[in-house]
Design a protein around this ligand. Structure first.
Ligand code: NAD
Length: 260
């Protein structure tokens, strides 16, 4: 068990990548807090984990709400006796050409990815510094932290921004043993991507099969989707690696779509 008794808050973990990380962390012995918009959805994931013998709690947390983030983090620290890992994972996708992108959509996406990452980081760092046993902060970036694609201006901007935040946290957090890294997955079949396939097909005037083959997986080494398990294993590795030798980095898990 690589994460025995570590306490982890995982945002956006009622679904997709975050949910798989929570399951994998619990299997590795961590106490996991499922933080998501809907308490019922978070509770369902927490119940699933507890039923399979893990330790989990649900927290209603909109990552753009300062009060909810601070209160949710405090509730986890209180219930599980501290905080060792934050996975800032909650996210959405909105696709449109820049000339048609509404300012409201731009602000909505930026708030969840960028403001959410800041607010959860601040709450986690305060808790980690107070308890004095270091910690790991992991951001869910994307291949789009390094590359751009058409129609994804807000997402690409926000995901690039997470690299800057992680590097700053790495520098400010080092003296307290806090490490910060970014995982950059390629396309993973989750509700976020399933929604994009028909949207991109329509926006680009091509079939859904062509979106998968010629847009999403075109530059991978083997035409394969990355899986939630691939990303979760990487998240275990980063949390379990307990020295500041590995901080301020990004790791791309994408079947070779992007090679750093
Ligand atoms: P998903 O839609 O399955 O899950 C996203 C979760 O975030 C949902 O449970 C949703 O309720 C939650 N969420 C949304 N807004 C929130 C808010 N304001 N506060 C709290 N929770 C909120 O999507 P996913 O594919 O699992 O995406 C998770 C992360 O991985 C995102 O940051 C996404 O950008 C990133 N990512 C996904 C892929 C992919 O191909 N799926 C690739 C690279 C990066």
């Amino acid at each position: 068990m690589q994460l025995k008794d570590k306490v982890a808050i995982i945002t956006g973990s009622a679904s997709g990548i975050g949910k798989e990380i929570a399951i994998e962390y619990a299997r590795e012995g961590a106490k996991v807090a499922i933080a998501d918009l809907s308490l019922a959805a978070a509770q369902a994931t927490a119940d699933e984990i507890v039923k399979s013998g893990g330790q989990a709690m649900a927290v209603a947390m909109d990552v753009t709400d300062e009060v909810a983030v601070d209160a949710g983090t405090a509730a986890v620290v209180e219930r599980f006796g501290g905080l060792d890992v934050l996975i800032s994972n909650a996210g959405i996708q909105i696709i449109a050409p820049i000339v048609d992108f509404t300012y409201a959509d731009w602000k909505k996406l930026s708030a969840i990815h960028t403001d959410g990452a800041f607010l959860t980081t601040r709450a986690a760092m305060r808790a980690m510094i107070r308890q004095g046993r270091g910690g790991a902060i992991i951001y869910m970036g994307s291949v789009h932290s390094h590359l751009a694609s058409p129609l994804k201006s807000a997402y690409v901007t926000a995901k690039h921004g997470l690299l800057g935040l992680a590097r700053t946290v790495a520098k400010e957090g080092a003296k307290d043993g806090i490490r910060a890294n970014v995982i950059c997955p390629g396309f993973v079949r989750t509700p976020l991507v399933d929604k994009q396939i028909p949207e991109q097909a329509q926006a680009l005037g091509i079939s859904e099969a062509d979106v998968i083959k010629n847009v999403m997986l075109k530059d991978t080494v083997d035409g394969e989707f990355t899986t939630v398990q691939d990303v979760a294993r990487c998240a275990v590795f980063l949390a379990a690696f307990n020295t500041t030798a590995l901080t301020g980095q990004s790791i791309t898990v994408s079947h070779g779509w992007h090679m750093q």
